[in-house]
Ligand binder design. Structure first.
Ligand code: P6P
Length: 323
């Protein structure tokens, strides 16, 4: 049985990165406790707040964000943080080595109906010539990530982490330790399961309409096999399912707001999840190219997403190939 810190040390993870991951896990343990208490602690329901995304904030969105902000800004390795729930990056230690982006509670619309949610995080190095509190310091593609991961608060709390040496899963014990439970996770190359919000079908590009139509035709259609569908409305739960048994997750561009490239956010959803997916042998794309190749221009920039089992994502991309 190996503890998270033992595993990281054994795999030559730098001490300051282990220290930062410890701070992230301390925060996530506190968030897990708040979630477990739920109605008993009066933390369910919405706040009066509206975030920079224009979304009504759940009480637990704010509580989770405040926990992560306080713990991370108290860690001297952190030069700055950027959160889905913060309008702008927040400076930390000016000499700090790392930048952290996070979605404190992804899928929070599910909280009041007791469905899985999670904390997603991404770790970058601060460019030496830039201050960690500036948006410019964060404008790095996903290829620059030092580490990324999430803690899924489901029937059990599970940390899924990559530091660039594959993907590992650590389950939170009753005693408060993250214990290695899955090592070197690999996504099955093929799948018969897809995830997409079908209610948006009329807004999609023709390419996505054609692909999903062929999925729905099953064995009678050109793809020649029966597909099943899942939609949890919590990206962290969808990605965990894909890392565990394969699949394809889709949140494509749609014409409801043509100015937005997609719904999901690049810096603290798209990039961290893409690093995990590709470290586990899958593919993570905008439906046209790798998400981690996108050069960010804004901290809350959005992106369209098609990720999962390599062969299935490649098939989906053939529908989107420009002649
Ligand atoms: P919809 C949660 O709000 C989220 O950002 C992702 O976690 C999830 O996959 C998606 O939005 C769900 O979106 O439009 O189906 O509610």
């Amino acid at each position: 049985m190996r503890l998270l810190n033992q595993y990281l040390k054994h795999h030559n993870t730098p001490d300051d990165l282990i220290d930062l991951i410890d701070s992230l896990m301390l925060s996530c343990k506190e968030i897990a406790i708040k979630l477990r208490e739920g109605a008993l602690a009066g933390v369910l329901g919405t706040s009066e707040g509206i975030n920079v995304q224009g979304e009504t904030q759940k009480k637990l969105d704010i509580i989770s964000n405040d926990i992560l902000k306080a713990v991370l800004l108290d860690n001297p390795t952190v030069a700055g943080i950027a959160s889905e729930e913060e309008d702008y990056p927040v400076p930390g230690n000016p000499d700090g080595k790392y930048l952290v982006t996070f979605d404190p509670l992804d899928g929070s619309s599910n909280i009041d109906v007791n469905v899985s949610v999670g904390t997603i995080f991404s770790i970058l190095e601060r460019p030496k010539h830039l201050d960690g509190g500036t948006e410019a310091a964060f404008m790095q593609s996903g290829r620059n990530q030092i580490a990324s991961g999430y803690v899924l608060y489901g029937p059990c709390a599970v940390l899924v982490l990559t530091t660039g040496q594959g993907v590992n899963m650590f389950t939170l014990s009753h005693g408060g330790d993250f214990i290695l439970t899955e090592e070197n996770v690999k996504i099955p190359e093929h799948t018969q399961e897809f995830g997409i919000n079908m209610s948006n079908q009329r807004f999609w590009e023709p390419e996505m309409k054609n692909y999903v139509s062929d999925l729905l035709q099953g064995e009678e259609g050109p793809l020649g096999k029966r597909y099943n569908m899942r939609w949890v409305a919590s990206m962290v739960a969808e990605v965990h399912r894909i890392l565990t048994r394969g699949g394809i997750f889709l949140y494509p561009w749609d014409n409801r707001d043509p100015s937005k490239p997609g719904k999901l956010r690049l810096m603290y959803e798209g990039n961290p999840m893409s690093y995990l997916i590709e470290q586990a042998g899958g593919l993570s794309t905008t439906c046209y190219g790798h998400i981690m190749d996108v050069q960010p221009e804004k901290i809350h920039q959005r992106v369209s997403v098609g990720l999962g089992s390599k062969a299935e994502v490649e098939t989906m991309m053939q529908y989107h190939a420009k002649d």
